[in-house]
Design a protein around this ligand. Structure first.
Ligand SMILES: Nc1ncnc2c1ncn2[C@@H]1O[C@H](COP(=O)(O)OP(=O)(O)OP(=O)(O)O)[C@@H](O)[C@H]1O
Ligand SMILES: [Mg+2]
Length: 461
């Protein structure tokens, strides 16, 4: 069991000795005649709790209080006071003192106050420990050794110091934009708040406003009778990640801009004003400058969203990241599939470095998953990757099924993650099997129609 350390700072010997005698079995107790003595103390543990007399010789109790709070930010302080000092007690309570006891000290009462204080300390420590654990589990793992990825990491560190600066992340599909967004959230002061993601391209245009801002009771037919909270409100105090922000309609862009101006918003069908203050992180793989010049994206909104812009380079532009990423994914899938591959053959390394990564890190990750799953030897071989038939530096030809993917069966399949080459193959197959009927093709891939259309739009034509 933890033995808490308690300091008693009081010039009255009988008080110090009385408290020490009563408590020394349970706690580690150190007594000091003056504040100066305690501030110069050596060879004692840092205090969890300080019992501090207000009327001390030399430095007063109230000055000592500020010193202790500076040196030991987590310490709890209980003031010891005479009746006439009650004004000072009130000021001290406002300055963050945990509680006070009045002289002459009633020992049983003091013990209860101490027990409460130590329970508060224990709970605080437990919360701190849980937060650390939560962070460890959620903090994204960023792999890379290129200058470009180091610059990205530096920018993440910089923006994470603030809790509300809007950040826009630009980059091709699969480069790691969502990973950057979550790193910003978990490193920033609002990490305890929610991280809420909305994919602006996957939600039908008519629904996006109510998704973002919610709706009031009876806003439209079919609306839930009690109304609905929007994601802006759900992300209050945390981070709202607007993924594929380039796909927002002009109408919703205006509403978003209005919200960003002062944090106020109205729910659909309502006149009541709400306020929410999430940090807004947005991302798009579209050419935002071109969209602005073609009046498809509002310039004023772009300036609001992109107070800091992070451009994540394509994987082909950061060759130094390819092998570290490949090793990281190899380990990940070794663990997942209970394999013990030691590394790659030289040919695989060469191929990975020469390969044209149109799907960027996501494509590399998926390729590694498939490779580790298929591998039979001690190291990953070219044949495991299903890339043997393609020329390095060329994009795969989906119609030839050069990845060696299983055929799409009439019963359909799950296509959970976007991966350019794999998607391209199955989208083509599903459309072929359904004579071009998108709805049926989407069903075959277990995707809803909107997600299907969104992902299809992002495939190279
Ligand atoms: N530097 C990195 N280190 C480790 N994993 C990475 C890195 N970059 C990307 N990934 C992984 O690659 C996959 C794709 O990344 P992510 O979803 O963040 O890309 P994206 O840019 O948001 O893509 P899209 O534009 O298609 O939404 C994820 O599984 C992510 O964890
Ligand atoms: Mg993304």
């Amino acid at each position: 069991m933890i033995k808490y350390t308690i300091w008693i700072v009081d010039d009255d010997d009988s008080i110090r000795e009385g408290i020490s005698m009563a408590l020394e079995e349970k706690y580690e107790i150190h007594g000091f005649f003056s504040a100066e003595d305690s501030l110069e103390a050596e060879n004692t543990n840092d205090p969890d709790l300080i019992l501090l007399d207000i009327g001390l010789p030399g430095m007063s109790g109230t000055t000592a209080l500020k010193e202790f709070q500076k040196i030991y930010p987590n310490v709890l302080i209980i003031m010891i006071t005479a009746y006439e000092d009650i004004r000072t007690v009130i000021t001290s309570m406002k300055a963050g003192v945990y509680d006070y006891v009045i002289k002459p000290i009633y020992m049983e009462g003091l013990e209860v106050t101490i027990a409460h204080a130590l329970e508060t300390i224990r709970l605080r420590k437990e919360i701190h420990h849980l937060q650390e654990k939560y962070l460890q589990n959620n903090m994204p793992c960023f792999i890379g050794e290129s200058n470009s990825i180091y610059e990205t990491m530096d920018l993440i560190e910089m923006v994470s110091q603030s809790s509300d600066t809007p950040v826009m992340i630009l980059g091709e599909t699969g480069t790691g934009k969502e990973l950057v967004a979550s790193a910003i959230h978990y490193k920033s002061p609002n990490f305890k708040g929610p991280f809420v993601t909305i994919n602006c391209a996957a939600i039908p245009k008519d629904l996006i406003e109510s998704e973002l801002f919610g709706y009031e009771h009876g806003a439209f037919s079919g609306a839930h009778s009690s109304g609905k909270k929007g994601l802006v409100e759900a992300a209050d105090g945390g981070t709202l990640f607007l993924d594929e922000v380039g796909d927002l309609s002009m109408e919703v862009q205006v509403k978003l801009l209005r919200f960003l101006e002062d944090g106020h918003f109205y729910k659909l069908g309502g006149t009541k004003k709400y306020i929410a203050v999430p940090r807004i992180v947005s991302a798009t793989n579209r050419d935002i400058d071109k969209m602005i010049s073609q009046d498809e994206f509002r310039k004023d909104l772009f300036y609001r969203l992109g107070v800091v812009i992070i451009r994540v380079s394509s994987l082909n532009e950061r060759q130094d990241d390819i092998l570290p990423l490949a090793s990281f994914f190899l380990e990940k899938y070794n663990r997942k599939f209970n394999k013990s591959l030691l590394g790659f053959s030289d040919e695989v390394e060469e191929l990975l470095l020469k390969y044209s990564w149109s799907g960027n890190v996501r494509e590399l990750k998926n390729l590694m998953e498939r490779g580790v799953l298929a591998a039979k030897g001690h190291e990953l071989a070219v044949k495991d990757l299903g890339l043997a038939t393609i020329q390095p530096g060329k994009v795969m030809n989906p119609q030839k099924n050069s990845m060696g993917l299983p055929l799409l069966m009439p019963a359909g399949m799950d296509l959970p993650e976007f991966h350019t080459a794999v998607d391209q193959f199955y989208f083509y197959e599903s459309l072929k099997m359904t004579q071009g009927n998108e709805k049926k093709a989407a069903q075959l891939l277990n995707l809803n129609h909107h997600t299907f259309r969104y992902r299809k739009k992002r495939l190279p034509q």
